[in-house]
Write a protein that binds this ligand. Structure first.
Ligand code: T4K
Length: 370
């Protein structure tokens, strides 16, 4: 009888021992305080702010609602410059605010917005730039912020992939007018679903906290058209426990990253992103580019892997700019986005997570090497 092969996913959550979570649940049951700025929620806000070395942070039920609220909080309107090489949530958050996305091409070295191309996309309607730290690679923040300052634009970073990433020792979550994080199950740090907005000052945090709770200031006062974006006590308690286990999860991911680099650097036609020594990364993704010199196409490799139970993912294919709600925009034309259009055809994110064993990783490597 054939034993079914264990599937290998692009990512898997790193879960703490179940019994360690039980005392947290017992406390929630005893308090009967389930959501709305409960004690675990408030403790987690402080703990994550400390961990990320940021002044003010508001927890959210997920990263997408956090993006929508970040745009509301800064009253962004008109046009926003952003990347087509991202998950749909980035761009959808603009549409949900009635904002027109303007796509700018990416830098092939980082997969992030190319700062050389931003200025040409600025019009009198432009109010902000929304860059993404794709795969946890820091954007060229100095240049993006210099452009924003010159033209009076806001910068909201989508740091959904970049929890804990540092550049030259500095937490990248401290940058921009706001930075938005995701704690989804597939991320390096997860609270099942979850997210956060990092604010530079208490006044902005207060406005965001109102907006995530219907705009309620007190029992009889509603100060704005808020939404329900609150993180509940079970998510928050889990987040506290997860923070304790983060170092071991990161160490294991680092090891997976190291083994891929060692095994794959010389494979013809396969391009592995260069590790930047100035970046303290979080190893959330391991993207490779399958070029024309590889012995089969990216999609053929993807299918070969799937048939062997290895579920690598083509993040990000198709480009957001090719999706039906965006492809009519002038900035979505593929000839305007040559790098993103090429990379979306070549990229494959290999499985990387804390529980990926050496033998499983060897299965992935063997398929690639052929
Ligand atoms: N901005 C950016 C740049 C983002 O990448 C994201 C989310 C956001 C904003 C929005 O943040 P959130 O609102 O999600 O907090 C996944 C995630 O759902 C999404 O959070 C993430 N980016 C995106 C890049 O990846 P899918 O559709 O690929 O997920 P799915 O269900 O196919 O899962 C991928 C693999 O993970 C599965 O094959 C198996 C594994 N998995 C997944 C889940 C949910 C598990 O092992 N356990 C699980 O519980 O979007």
């Amino acid at each position: 009888m054939n034993t079914p092969i264990k599937p290998i996913y692009v990512t898997q959550p790193h879960l703490p021992p179940l019994e360690e979570f039980v005392p947290y649940l017992e406390q929630i049951w005893a308090n009967k305080w389930l959501t709305n700025a409960g004690p675990f929620h408030n403790e987690l806000e402080v703990a994550i702010a400390r961990h990320l070395d940021v002044p003010h942070l508001s927890l959210f039920t997920n990263g997408t609602i956090a993006l929508v609220v970040a745009l509301q909080a800064l009253r962004i309107s008109g046009e926003v410059i952003t990347t087509p090489f991202t998950f749909v949530a980035t761009t959808h958050s603009l549409l949900w605010n009635g904002i027109k996305p303007v796509f700018v091409d990416i830098d092939p070295a980082t997969f992030n917005l190319d700062p050389n191309k931003i200025e040409a996309a600025i019009t009198p309607q432009t109010t902000a730039i929304m860059p993404v730290h794709c795969y946890g690679n820091p954007c060229d923040m100095a240049r993006i912020e210099a452009i924003a300052d010159r033209y009076g634009l806001k910068v909201i970073y989508d740091a959904a992939h970049a929890f804990g990433v540092r550049y030259r020792g500095d937490s990248i979550a401290r940058h921009g007018d706001l930075t938005v994080l995701s704690f989804h199950a597939t991320k390096t740090y997860n609270t099942f679903e979850g997210g956060a907005i990092v604010s530079p000052d208490p006044k902005t945090k207060q406005r965001i906290d109102y907006l995530k709770n219907f705009g309620i200031a007190d029992e009889v006062t509603v100060v704005g058209p808020g939404i329900n974006g609150k993180m509940n006590e079970v998510q928050s308690a889990f987040g506290l426990l997860q923070l304790k286990h983060l170092p071991e999860g990161l160490a294991r991911r680092r090891e997976v990253d190291r083994r891929y680099r060692q095994a794959l650097w010389s494979v013809p036609g396969l391009e592995i992103p260069v590790a930047n020594p100035e970046v303290e990364g979080n190893y959330s993704y391991f993207p490779v580019r399958v070029g024309s010199g590889f012995r089969m196409s990216r999609d053929a490799l993807y299918e070969r892997m799937r048939s062997a139970g290895v579920f690598a993912r083509r993040y990000f294919y198709p480009l957001v700019s090719q999706m039906p709600m965006y492809r009519g925009l002038p900035s979505a034309a593929p000839e305007h986005l040559p790098m993103a259009s090429q990379i979306t055809q070549e990229v494959l994110c290999l499985p990387i997570h804390a529980e990926l064993g050496e033998a499983e990783q060897e299965r992935v490597i063997t398929i690639i090497k052929g």
